[in-house]
Ligand binder design. Structure first.
Ligand SMILES: Cc1cc2nc3c(=O)[nH]c(=O)nc-3n(C[C@H](O)[C@H](O)[C@H](O)COP(=O)(O)OP(=O)(O)OC[C@H]3O[C@@H](n4cnc5c(N)ncnc54)[C@H](O)[C@@H]3O)c2cc1C
Length: 457
């Protein structure tokens, strides 16, 4: 290693001249191409403390990498130091208390695998390769959210390395201000080296996708909107506008058809789930295909992973939605139709049930009065499509944003908008976040993120 090596570091330090440098710096989003000076692949918490100290003392830009999934690539940086946590993959399930201790390099599939053996699950997102760390620190929503809340609503405790190198445990009882901040405030306050989650019973679910031709999209979206507002919380079901992927296992006769889909999981007796989804389907036209069936919870959690391998181009836009009007649905359909590739999508994830039962100021997550979290994602395997994905995503967002709330889920924002949208995304909670930031990270060492500026004075 060069003279910039971190002293006493036990893991692997990867510099620009190392043969694995390109592989080590590659992020999930192929649109992002960052070249850090040094990637510090930590072997333990002592390494995290050493790496944070090295960045601070040498005035290096510092990025924290969990699963590396973040849209704008906040898991890396140019010319700085990456604290790479990907090797820290321990998971310990305590079946008695139904709690799970998770190290920060875990993906949600890693944790789901470990908890499934005990018939338990933590509410994470809908793609198994997503890092638990970044997802949790931004909020986290998925199939179990209506019943059990956001991922942060199931977070009980974190271990953290702070900017000054100190190590703390934060929970409702210890450093409660810091614990409040990390439940939605992202990686702004330090490096989380361990998460403790509450898990819930989940083993076999009635789950999967149902696709309709896009000509039925208006009816499907409006019916879904009214249905989900009253549906039992055991059903986590989102609606999306997509294209039938031109690949197996999708029926060849439907390849490349514009489509509307609902995708979800009912965490309860299969017969009840079938009956419930049947009620939705009976008021709708016949779908192109209906693949909802009984499956292990881990199967729905990873069902889409093969379609979204690492390295695709992704351009993200996000908003919270209070009311999905018929007019807004029309705007969605008109813009989704213009998607430049068959991978592009728009999803509306329900925000209700257990999420609403948590007070708005109990965590920084600012949109508990929303009905949906919307994501528009321009996706392609071909880097040549990058500009088209950006233009489509921006135009689509511009058309629907007037129907939506001011802020969006911070984990769905791209870096061309985080600066001016972070504050709106946290709403009334931003001021308190800024005060906590100034207490724990006054020099903004942790700034490669949806940045909260330390409050002055
Ligand atoms: C295919 C795909 C599907 C997704 N589906 C969902 C979904 O269903 N629900 C949902 O809520 N979100 C979803 N997301 C968004 C996801 O939550 C974010 O991309 C999140 O940033 C991923 O976390 P990561 O650890 O993989 O990211 P990274 O890129 O590694 O890190 C992202 C940010 O988190 C911070 N960070 C990471 N680890 C730590 C740590 N240990 N301590 C402190 N800060 C840290 C860093 O500041 C960094 O800025 C999805 C993303 C993708 C790409």
């Amino acid at each position: 290693m060069s003279e910039q090596a971190i002293q006493g570091f036990r893991g692997r330090q990867i510099g620009t001249s190392d043969k694995e440098y390109d592989e080590a710096r590659a992020l999930y989003n192929g649109m992002i191409d960052k070249r850090p000076k040094l990637i510090a692949r930590c072997a333990d918490v002592a390494d995290v403390i050493a790496a944070v100290g090295h960045a601070r003392d040498n005035k290096l830009l510092l990025a924290i990498r969990g699963g590396g999934h973040n849209g704008p690539g906040f898991g890396s940086c140019d010319d700085g130091l990456v604290v790479d946590l990907s090797q820290l993959k321990g998971v310990r399930v305590d079946p008695k208390t139904r709690t799970v201790r998770v190290e920060p390099g875990c993906t949600s599939a890693d944790v789901d695998h470990a908890t499934h053996a005990f018939g338990l699950a933590v509410p994470f997102g809908i793609v198994g390769s997503t890092g638990v760390a970044g997802l949790t620190l931004g909020g986290g929503s998925g199939y179990l959210t209506r019943k059990h809340g956001l991922t942060i609503d199931n977070l009980l405790e974190v271990d953290m390395v702070l900017a000054d190198g100190s190590f703390v445990t934060a929970s409702k009882d210890a450093h409660p201000d810091l614990f409040w901040g990390v439940r939605g405030g992202g990686g702004n306050f330090g490096v989380v080296t361990s998460f403790l989650f509450q898990a819930h019973p989940a083993r076999i679910v009635f789950a999967g996708p149902v696709f309709w031709d896009a000509r039925d999209a208006k009816k499907v979206m409006a019916t879904y909107r009214d249905f989900i507002a009253r549906a039992p919380e055991e059903l986590g079901l989102f609606v999306g506008l997509k294209t039938v992927p031109p690949t197996d296992p999708f029926p060849r006769e439907h390849w490349n058809k514009r489509a509307c889909a609902v995708i979800g999981a009912f965490n309860g007796p299969t017969a009840e789930g079938q009956k419930l989804v049947g009620k939705l389907l009976e008021s709708l036209p016949a779908p192109l295909f209906n693949w909802m069936s009984e499956m292990p919870f881990t199967a729905i959690q990873t069902l889409f992973d093969p379609f979204f391998p690492k390295g695709l181009q992704w351009y993200w836009k996000g908003d919270f939605v209070q009311q999905l009007s018929d007019q807004a649905i029309d705007a969605h359909i008109a813009n989704a139709t213009k998607a430049p590739t068959p991978f592009c999508l728009m999803h509306l994830y329900p925000i209700d049930g257990a999420v609403r039962r948590v007070a708005r100021d109990a965590t920084p997550w600012g949109a508990r009065d929303a009905s949906f979290s919307m994501v528009i994602a321009g996706i392609s395997p071909d880097p040549k499509d990058a500009d088209a994905l950006r233009s489509w995503g921006r135009a689509y967002w511009k058309a629907v944003h007037p129907f939506n709330m001011e802020g969006g889920y911070v984990n769905f924002l791209m870096d061309d908008e985080v600066d001016h949208r972070v504050e709106a995304s946290y709403g009334d909670n931003y001021k308190k976040l800024a005060a906590i930031k100034s207490k724990y990270d006054p020099d903004n060492l942790f700034r490669v993120n949806q940045n909260i500026k330390p409050a002055k004075g």
